[in-house]
Design a protein around this ligand. Structure first.
Ligand code: GLU
Length: 462
């Protein structure tokens, strides 16, 4: 299936790829995939004071981790300056834009007077050419800006795919500056030229851009371009119901990687952040692409729920092959200075824990004591490593010297010690866990013993 659908993700590289940006990217990507179209990546780096190569890399890394591959780009706006300037010249020639010599001081005086009259401050159009109008004399030594000649009549309207019909009177919009005195194009103008040149058919972006849309549509029309459809996604609120921000901790996508989330879980989670398919909560990327549409995006803000993300992550961890999990966990252990050499097979140990954790960090925490002998917490030792327990563990240790090293025999050995000492299973198994792994709870103790191996068990019991 191939179609003319072309979507784009157009981040400004001023920070990390955050959760909101990742969701915008996901929806744009999925819409293109769903319709057999193309997904374009465009880096909006014209804010040179705030854009950094590190931020570009962070965005590329985040998208690669989420496996949101673009079909075209990345296009960098800073590399398209000549194109924007050429379009500005064409607009000046066509009369859809004009030079304006109003100085910042004059502009401030105009606004001041408007405010004093109780009017909305805006450019008063003094340099806007009109039939029969005499323009002021061009002042010497003033570099002009270029302004777009916004229509004065009628309304600009669009049917937003999320927010519904939106319209605004042209009389509300003043003539936007599209090039600064030094000739550099302004933000809204670059976006329009890019969406036009890149043949974008659906603009899916955050609703912080709703106010730009009427201006962008007017400029696009003046250029003779086809107006795309717009879908403005509502903002994402943090767990506490306030606008998601750095205060909420992990807002960078890559931080979720560090915190042990799987990309599948993050994708599944983001997909449900403002979009729904009936009551479906758990679905694969492929399923999402097959289902995704712009009709089921909620216009209200979506609230982030870390617990739900963790729940999904636990689900995807369970579905992941132990060997694959082990490859990730090995790196986390190495970063903690824990060597695997000489220890039990990591995939085997991971398999014991994969159904019990909700992040890969928790998984690494759980398996670490198999490779680095834990220091038993004093309170735990006092509670569990009593004299009675000590005797039982000594008796067990001597049996474990010769027992066949497999689960059934290991389990039988523990039961024999329980019978011999008149103890219940937990009275032996819990001290045993504390002594071996430093924690009172683990997967079934026979499996733990089997995985740890005779030598390590005896050393730790000794
Ligand atoms: N560069 C803008 C941003 O990062 C997005 C612009 C757009 O999608 O039109 O918020």
């Amino acid at each position: 299936m191939s179609s003319s659908v072309r979507t784009r993700f157009a981040p400004s590289p001023t920070g990390f790829l955050h959760i909101g940006g990742a969701r915008t990217a996901l929806f744009s990507w999925a819409y293109a995939r769903r319709h057999g179209g193309k997904f374009v990546l465009r880096i909006e780096d014209t804010d040179v004071a705030r854009s950094t190569p590190e931020a570009v890399q962070a965005i590329l890394d985040g998208m690669a981790w989420l496996d949101l591959a673009h079909d075209e780009g990345p296009f960098y706006q800073m590399q398209r300056m000549d194109r924007y300037k050429a379009v500005i010249q064409e607009m000046l020639a066509a009369g859809t834009a004009y030079l304006c010599y109003t100085t910042p001081e004059e502009l401030e005086a105009i606004r001041e007077a408007q405010r004093a009259r109780g009017e909305k401050p805006r450019y008063d159009g003094r340099w806007r050419p009109e039939a029969g109008k005499v323009l002021p004399e061009v002042p010497a030594g003033v570099a002009p800006v270029v302004r777009f000649r916004n229509p004065v009549e009628g309304v600009v309207a669009w049917d937003d795919l999320v927010k519904g019909h939106i319209e605004i009177a042209n009389a509300e919009l003043d003539d936007l500056v599209i090039a600064r005195p030094d000739g550099t194009p302004t933000y809204n103008f670059c976006v329009v030229v890019d969406d036009w040149d890149m043949g974008i058919t659906q603009v899916i972006r955050g609703d912080d851009h709703v106010n730009n849309t009427p201006r962008q549509i007017n400029i696009l029309r003046a250029l003779g371009g086809t107006v795309p459809q717009y879908a403005h996604l509502s903002m994402i609120l943090g767990d506490d119901g306030t606008k998601l921000s750095k205060r909420h901790g992990a807002v960078s996508v890559m931080q979720y990687k560090d915190e042990g989330f799987l990309p599948e879980a993050v994708i599944n989670y983001l997909a449900r952040l403002g979009w729904s398919h009936g009551d479906d909560e758990v679905f694969s990327r492929e399923q999402f692409v097959a289902w995704f549409d712009l009709d089921h995006i909620t216009p209200s803000a979506a609230q982030f729920n870390t617990e739900k993300l963790k729940w999904l992550n636990a689900h995807y961890i369970k579905l992941t092959e132990p060997a694959e999990l082990a490859a990730d966990v090995a790196q986390r252990l190495a970063a903690r200075g824990i060597a695997l050499e000489g220890g039990p097979d990591l995939a085997t140990v991971v398999a014991l824990y994969r159904e019990r954790v909700s992040t890969l960090v928790e998984l690494a925490d759980a398996v670490a004591p198999f490779y680095a002998r834990p220091v038993v917490d004093e309170a735990l030792a006092t509670q569990h490593l009593t004299a009675v327990a000590g005797e039982a563990l000594a008796a067990l240790a001597s049996r474990l010297e010769t027992v066949e090293w497999e689960k059934a025999a290991l389990s039988a050995a523990i039961k024999e010690v329980c019978a011999e000492k008149g103890l219940k299973m937990p009275q032996v198994a819990i001290p045993l866990r504390v002594k071996l792994l430093g924690v009172p709870q683990t997967p079934s103790i026979d499996a733990v013993l089997e995985a740890l191996g005779r030598e390590r068990v005896l050393a730790r019991l000794g």
